[in-house]
Design a binder for this molecule. Structure first.
Ligand code: GLC
Length: 429
């Protein structure tokens, strides 16, 4: 070999060796560091977007653990289908599932969830607002920890009235007056699409007439009763009389919100998140939006439907302890404080409602706490819920699109609900 070439090769080798030496500590360090345990969590898109930015805090405070968020579809029905599909196949690729309040009884009864109390302690809910505790335990076990204490709220225009309505009659008459004066195109916007949001609206309407959807003691629905028929007639009348647009029959939360944010209506029924979206949207109603409890029974101050999503541990997760730590963190006070400020979500922890700094940063806190304190309305807590809700949505949506009259719609809803209960339990009249 020519001496020049050999010198060159030697230099190259030296450089390579030096480079390798530089790399060595990292390469040597990797196998000895404890492996990172990933906790996989499926959650709806808006909650993914709201939480993903905070994950670096978790990684810092939980060395050796990681949370991998999986961004699911937007609405509750679609994500339920996705979750149930993989659970039925017995191979859900997640450790933790974010569940809507109404899914818990079914998921627990199906044996898909692991009880949480051995992992997080018995008394964990006691530091939460009483109204936010519901829907997490079933059959003597704790199945999920709630992420928020959201209830249905009535959004009203502070530039068009001095105070929000206290009864449905008032809501209708204020709407009519404002429409007559040409101040708004529509009175009241709500969710009328055939989906879960419509069941929430109908639950609130039934309670506004002093009735209820579900009688837990008898395990039957009460949709044939006068209160439920009056509730159906109220929704039907809103559309027939042009207080609500016929388009509500296709509205979910977001469609209703957009029309309200554009300044076209006096009232909107929605969840706490809507306030931030409206305020940040920069539209004509910014600074003119008040929030009140949804009108329930006349003369009675009461909250709307209890929404709330929470985190549940899937049976068969290879690392339940780590998953429980992730659930604690995802539902913990720091996360909820952040979500209250950034997203306007209602916290569950009492200490957050009492924190003066947070009260300043999250102006809806007072109204949210009042709605929770008033005893928010629960949808039927039964494993049959998905079928019962489906029946109700179909009947009400059919009615507001003009296919049936209110009394017939509710007679049909009651009959079909009884058939659901009978088919599943052999009872129900
Ligand atoms: C919100 C509520 C949830 C409800 C859904 C209906 O996400 O938190 O409980 O089922 O709206 O659209």
């Amino acid at each position: 070999m020519a001496p020049r070439l050999s010198r060159l090769l030697r230099r190259l080798f030296t450089l390579l060796a030096a480079g390798l030496l530089l790399l060595l500590p990292a390469a040597r360090g990797a196998p000895t560091a404890a492996p990172v345990i990933p906790v996989r969590v499926l959650l709806p898109a808006p909650f993914y977007d709201a939480t993903v930015g905070a994950l670096s805090d978790f990684r810092r405070s939980h060395p050796g653990l990681d949370i991998e968020l999986v961004r699911g579809p937007l609405d509750t029905d679609t994500i339920a289908d996705l979750a149930v599909g993989s659970l039925l196949l017995g191979e859900a690729p997640y450790d933790v599932l974010m569940v809507d309040i109404t899914w818990t009884p079914l998921f627990a009864a199906a044996g898909w969830l692991e009880p949480l109390e051995p992992l997080v302690g018995e008394g964990v809910l006691e530091a939460m607002e009483p109204g936010a505790r519901a829907g997490n335990a079933f059959d003597g076990h704790l199945w999920r920890l709630p992420f928020s204490g959201d209830t249905g709220l009535l959004y009203w225009r502070t530039d068009l009235m001095a105070r929000p309505p206290r009864t449905t009659e008032e809501l209708v008459s204020i709407s009519r007056d404002l429409q007559r004066q040409g101040k708004v195109r529509w009175g009241y916007l709500w969710q009328g699409r055939q989906y879960e949001g419509l069941s929430c609206v109908m639950l609130e309407a039934i309670h506004a007439f002093g009735g209820r959807w579900w009688n837990p003691a008898l395990g039957r629905t009460e949709l044939e009763r006068p209160a439920a028929i009056k509730a159906a007639a109220l929704l039907d009348g809103l559309v027939r009389d042009g207080i609500s647009p016929a388009a509500v029959a296709g509205f979910a939360e977001n469609e209703a919100l957009q029309v309200f944010a554009a300044g076209e209506a006096a009232f909107l029924r929605n969840w706490p998140y809507a306030w931030k979206v409206i305020e940040q949207g920069g539209g004509p109603v910014v600074g003119h939006v008040g929030v009140a409890p949804v009108v329930v029974a006349p003369g009675q101050e009461a909250g709307g439907t209890l929404g709330t999503w929470g985190f549940a541990l899937l049976r068969g997760s290879p690392h339940p302890r780590e998953a429980a730590a992730a659930i604690r963190w995802l539902t913990g006070p720091e996360m909820q404080r952040r979500l209250a400020v950034e997203q306007g979500y209602a916290p569950t922890w009492t200490a957050l409602y009492e924190d003066p700094q947070l009260q300043k940063a999250a102006p809806l806190l007072k109204a949210q706490r009042a709605a929770l304190a008033a005893g928010p309305l629960l949808r039927p807590l039964t494993p049959l819920y998905a079928q019962l809700s489906d029946v109700l949505q179909r009947q009400i949506n059919g009615m507001i699109t003009g296919q049936t009259a209110p009394a017939a719609a509710m007679a049909g809803a009651q009959q079909r609900s009884e058939a659901v209960v009978r088919a599943m339990t052999g009872a129900g009249g």
